[in-house]
Design a protein around this ligand. Structure first.
Ligand SMILES: Nc1ncnc2c1ncn2[C@@H]1O[C@H](COP(=O)(O)OP(=O)(O)O)[C@@H](O)[C@H]1O
Ligand SMILES: [Mg+2]
Length: 259
């Protein structure tokens, strides 16, 4: 299989007072090149830990995390990471924030400018390119953070509840815009959300995780064609898949190993 990201038998434990806490218990998952997967599951089931391993920010305790068949040893420009909190530099304009990630790539100034311009346009912030973050709404700040990741043009986008704090309308707009760019640029996307509708709308596969210990509970295929449309959200098939995901998340059986 042509896996872009592979988690192989990944274990992560954290020491606790008198026991070890198992954050991830033998998790294996292959994400295909150009696939869009979403990850859902109860709080504390290890979603962020798993993604942080692909980002190169957390090391597995055991097992392997591979990107393009090579073990991840740290962050890199092939993987863009977007968190829920905006993490913008408050003293830099939208344009300078977006260009910042490119500085590390040692691109010529003209190329930096061009890439930043295009990314800012993609997220619909062109009119605010010279604005400071404090003058922007929450949704606009998040667009800026997304533009910063897009500008680097990473092959892989790792997104941890990126739209979680946004109002419903902004969220739907950013979902459609993300799907647009994903289909144009043919990236691989791993997207964590706690919103079941969002998980189904975006993904080709929904990975449902369970907690205590953190593990993959179920993988649910979303057999809806792209491009996804607003009408699809109302279709019986969408409703059926949403119910299946909902059930997998909220009616989780206890771990087989539990006494
Ligand atoms: N650095 C750490 N030290 C101790 N426990 C941690 C650490 N990072 C995460 N955890 C624990 O691991 C579990 C999984 O965390 P996380 O991956 O953030 O879950 P999720 O994103 O699904 O909510 C949680 O119970 C969390 O408290
Ligand atoms: Mg998390």
């Amino acid at each position: 299989m042509n896996a872009k990201i592979s988690f192989r038998d990944v274990v992560k434990t954290y020491p606790m007072k008198d026991e070890t806490f198992v954050a991830l218990d033998h998790v294996s998952l292959d994400i295909a090149d150009r696939e869009f997967v979403t990850v859902v599951g109860p709080s504390g089931c290890g979603k962020s830990t798993l993604m942080s391993m692909a980002a190169g920010l957390v090391e597995p305790g055991a097992g392997e995390v591979l990107v393009d068949g090579r073990p991840v040893t740290g962050p890199g420009p092939d993987r863009g990471v977007i968190f829920q909190q905006y993490a913008l530099f408050p003293w830099l304009t939208v344009r300078k924030n977006v260009e910042f990630g490119l500085k590390l790539m040692e691109l010529p100034a003209g190329e930096r400018r061009r890439r930043a311009e295009r990314a800012i346009e993609l997220v619909g912030l062109s009119d605010f390119a010279d604005a400071l973050p404090k003058t922007l709404s929450g949704g606009m700040k998040q667009r800026c953070a997304i533009a910063r990741a897009y500008a680097v043009n990473p092959q892989v986008l790792l997104m941890d509840e990126p739209f979680g704090a946004l109002d419903a309308l902004t969220r739907v707009q950013l979902q459609d815009q993300l799907l647009d760019t994903w289909s144009q640029e043919q990236r691989t996307v791993m997207f964590i959300t706690h919103d079941v509708d969002e998980a189904v709308y975006l993904a080709r596969r929904v990975i449902v995780m369970a907690a205590r210990p953190g593990r993959i509970q179920q993988v649910i295929d979303v057999d809806l064609p792209y491009p996804r449309t607003e009408e699809m959200r109302l279709s019986p098939e969408f409703g059926r898949i949403r119910n299946e995901v909902w059930h997998a998340v909220y009616h989780q059986a206890p771990a087989a190993s539990a006494a």
